[in-house]
Design a protein. Structure first.
Length: 201
């Protein structure tokens, strides 16, 4: 048979495609991370300008804004928040209260959720969706998982059918075995005897 390697080559080609997709998605993720970081630094620069303006106006920086920045935007550095407040970085926590924040549900359903944070990095662990939207998302994810499993099962059954048809069509399935203490994997005959040995008997 001359086309023995064709299906294998096709599988390698699919792997190559899927890796290219993964590379693209990773690049998108990196770009998004860099863009978010740039946006955070831009906020920091604006805070510095605001600090100057507040000082010129003889007005203290809005503590409520400082509180939101501190608890809801961990990407904004404490030093950047301290800047317009005209306090030392280590003093910011005195002005920003406890980590209770009301946030809109990320699904934009109009409902709100409450974040309870013990420290700034807790913001990354807070819920993004209200209970209703979260339940909906969980249900959809479970549905996706079931569909994926069904698709995998169908593909597996199809592969088994192809193999069965090949065997029934007279294709010899090669069998391989490892032997304890003997290096390499050996092609064996129907009795489990390595072909390399059989020739010598
Ligand atoms: Zn919601």
């Amino acid at each position: 048979m001359t086309d023995d390697s064709t299906p294998l080559e096709a599988e390698y080609a699919i792997l190559k495609q899927k890796l290219a997709t993964l590379d693209r998605e990773l690049a998108v993720r990196e770009a998004a991370k860099a863009a978010a970081n740039n946006a955070a630094r831009s906020v920091g620069a604006q805070l510095a300008r605001l600090g100057h303006a507040a000082e010129l106006a003889g007005v203290r920086f809005d503590n409520e804004v400082a509180r939101r920045l501190y608890w809801s935007y961990p990407d904004v550095h404490v030093a950047e928040i301290a800047n317009p407040m005209r306090v030392h970085e280590g003093q910011v926590s005195r002005y920003v209260g406890t980590g209770e924040a009301e946030k809109p549900c990320s699904n934009e359903c109009g409902r709100t959720i409450v974040w309870h944070m013990r420290n700034r990095t807790d913001a990354h662990r807070q819920p993004r969706y209200c209970d209703e939207c979260q339940a909906m998302r969980d249900a959809r994810r479970e549905q996706d998982r079931l569909e994926w499993t069904a698709r995998e099962d169908a593909e597996h059954r199809a592969t088994v059918e192809v193999l069965r048809a090949a065997v029934e069509g007279g294709v010899q399935i090669r069998r391989y075995a490892d032997f304890p203490g003997v290096p390499h994997t050996w092609e064996i005959d129907e009795n489990g005897v390595p072909l390399a040995l059989r020739d010598e008997r």
